[in-house]
Design a protein around this ligand. Structure first.
Ligand SMILES: *Cc1c(COP(=O)(O)O)cnc(C)c1O
Length: 302
């Protein structure tokens, strides 16, 4: 058995992330109170929300003496990066199934995980699409009980417990928590953490996915009605996943200079851009206390 403290120590992860007040000069920002939960500071390598989602899966993997972990992602995946590093530190064999063939031009992310002894398997789109099919997964694990397969993005039902700890760490009560949405696991976890509070969860979609993303979140919340506790806004994806433009890139640079908080255009940039727009338009009632969740992810911007 391994305790949570042992796991935190082995990976050198902070037990809690700092809560920081944002002093911004955004129009109308004096009408609300804005805070940032700095999950980007949990660890220099393991991306904030990926740690939250993987924490209980990793405890389980270590407790069961798992010999091998398999997971999925793209060539810039923060999830593969975080999981590869954790497995490396824990001495567990890790196989990354990567969408697309980067063998001739690996990304900085792939160079990192290669250094951490990850076995990298490049697959084509069609094979990658089978990432949740039972027969494909059985084939990957060879029906070996020692093998643990973690879904893309680490978004499994057990991820919600780890993510909900973001809420239990807060010593202030918020009217709104705003977070980026990729696969929906983080949003689902936040919702499961606020069911006893009046806090509303606002998701900022980083890709084009109206209805689909709401369904993904709902599927991860078997006992909770998503729409009772939050919603997803679809106006800030800038054309799709990892798409951006000059306006967004400039915003990320200016924000980093003014607030001394690094952000990138795939997730946190879209979150903070949306926050500024919503505050400027006075979308939040006067006096609202708002928390912006910085999920990390700076490695992906290299
Ligand atoms: C993966 C990721 C997200 C999206 O989280 P989901 O749980 O997939 O919605 C947000 N921010 C960062 C930095 C990420 O790496």
């Amino acid at each position: 058995m391994i305790s949570t403290d042992d796991l935190l120590a082995c990976l050198s992860i902070r037990a809690e992330s700092p809560l920081q007040k944002l002093e911004s000069k955004w129009p109308s920002s004096d009408k609300v109170e804005i805070w940032v939960k700095r999950d980007d500071l949990l660890h220099p390598i393991i991306s904030g929300n990926k740690w939250r989602k993987l924490k209980y899966a990793l405890l389980d993997i270590v407790a069961k003496n798992t010999s091998r972990v398999i997971s999925f992602g793209g060539g810039y995946s923060n999830h593969l990066h975080a999981l590869a590093y954790a497995c490396h530190k824990l001495n567990i064999h890790f196989t990354a199934i990567v969408r697309g063939d980067y063998s001739q031009n690996p990304t900085p992310m792939l160079d990192d995980i290669n250094r951490w002894n990850t076995e990298i398997c490049y697959v084509d789109r069609k094979t990658y699409q089978r990432r949740n099919d039972a027969d494909y997964l059985a084939q990957l694990s060879n029906n070996n009980e020692d093998v643990v397969i973690i879904p893309e993005g680490g978004s499994q039902v057990s991820a919600a417990t780890g993510v909900s700890e973001i809420v239990s760490e807060l010593d202030l009560e918020f009217d709104y928590i705003v977070a980026p949405v990729g696969s929906g696991g983080t949003l689902a976890g936040l919702i499961s953490g606020v069911t006893h509070l009046k806090t509303k969860i606002l998701g900022i979609a980083v890709l084009k996915g109206p209805n689909y993303l709401e369904q993904q979140v709902q599927d991860l919340l078997p006992d909770i009605k998503f729409s009772d506790h939050g919603e997803i806004l679809h106006d800030y994806h800038f054309g799709g996943y990892a798409k951006s433009n000059e306006q967004l890139k400039e915003f990320c640079q200016d924000f980093a200079e003014q607030a001394s908080i690094q952000i990138e255009p795939v997730y946190s940039g879209k979150l903070f851009f949306a926050a500024r727009d919503l505050v400027t338009r006075q979308r939040f009632p006067q006096g609202s206390r708002i928390l912006l969740l910085h999920t990390g992810g700076l490695q992906g911007a290299r």
